[in-house]
Design a protein around this ligand. Structure first.
Ligand code: LP5
Ligand code: MN
Length: 247
């Protein structure tokens, strides 16, 4: 059954991983749900880590199959990279029927110009992260890393993760949230009064002023306990917390 009116869903920060089968089941259940939405936007960190489209672990194919099925039911699928799956490439996108979007994209959401992104670029107080980000988003670095065997890439991802966890323990909470001036400037640059993002794992709806006009920032939550989904139709948007599936 197709949705009769246009319904658009946004998700982020699922952190799918072979070691977290409950989250994987919850995600596949969302994909299979009726009625089928018109569009699904995945705003990064779909996977806990992504070390290249040639990775042979079965989770990638399970996710691709679920996405293909949803696309086959008429849902348009879009993906913006997160800081965990920035190496997800055209090959996986093709297999999954995902359209890869630029890191900052403006869409027409039922008549409201809306900026969508992962959200890590808003965390400009986290200087150490932004430095790391510049290094690992550089095309040369990525080409060098992707030329390494899978085992070496797996090891590199694991050491980046443990270094990141160690660094995070010493960071005050405010540093890992968005910087309000950055939010204001980026919304102003794109000429929007609505922003949707994830990454901070702090779901909510924040009112603000952009160029003295009322604006809002909708933040998606992570999928560690149940799932966070922003569901929008012509009447507006609702941020829904889905319960964790039964074990
Ligand atoms: O992910 P999360 O939310 O826990 O933390 C992020 C920031 N950390 C990261 C690093 C990722 O977690 C690492 C995982 C990458 C997986 C894919 C790898 C594929 C490539 C390799 C294999 C092919 O994004 C964290 C932020 C936090 O969000 C909140 O915004 O604070 O940033 C950091 O912790 C960064 C540290 O502060 C500084 C960097 C320490 C690592 C140094 C390693 C040096 C390696 C150099 C390589 C060029
Ligand atoms: Mn993230």
């Amino acid at each position: 059954m197709s949705a009769t009116a246009s319904s658009v869903r946004f998700i982020a920060d699922l952190h799918l991983d072979p070691g977290r089968p409950a989250a994987n089941r919850a995600f596949l259940a969302l994909l299979a749900e009726q009625p089928t939405p018109t569009a699904l936007y995945i705003l990064g960190d779909l996977f806990e880590t992504w070390i290249g489209d040639d990775d042979d672990q079965p989770l990638g194919e399970q996710v691709a199959a679920g996405l293909r099925d949803l696309a086959g039911r008429g849902c348009a699928l879009y993906f913006i990279h997160g800081n965990r799956d920035f190496l997800l490439g055209e090959d996986f996108a093709r297999r999954s029927h995902l359209r890869l979007l630029p890191e900052h994209t403006v869409i027409d959401l039922h008549g409201t110009p809306t900026l969508i992104m992962h959200g890590d670029t808003l965390c400009t107080d986290d200087v150490a992260y932004q430095t790391l980000r510049r290094q690992i988003r550089a095309p040369d670095w990525q080409a060098t890393v992707l030329a390494q065997p899978l085992a070496a890439r797996r090891q590199l991802a694991a050491s980046l993760r443990s270094e990141s966890e160690r660094a995070l323990r010493d960071k005050p909470e405010a540093i890992t949230d968005v910087n309000p001036d950055t939010v204001h400037d980026i919304m102003q640059q794109h000429g929007v009064r609505q922003l949707i993002h994830g990454h901070t794992h702090r779901p909510g709806c924040h009112d603000l002023l952009v160029k003295d006009q009322p604006a809002r920032r909708l933040v998606l939550g992570a999928w560690y306990h149940g799932g966070s989904v922003l569901s929008c139709d012509t009447r507006g948007c609702r941020l829904l917390q889905r319960p964790a599936p039964a074990p």
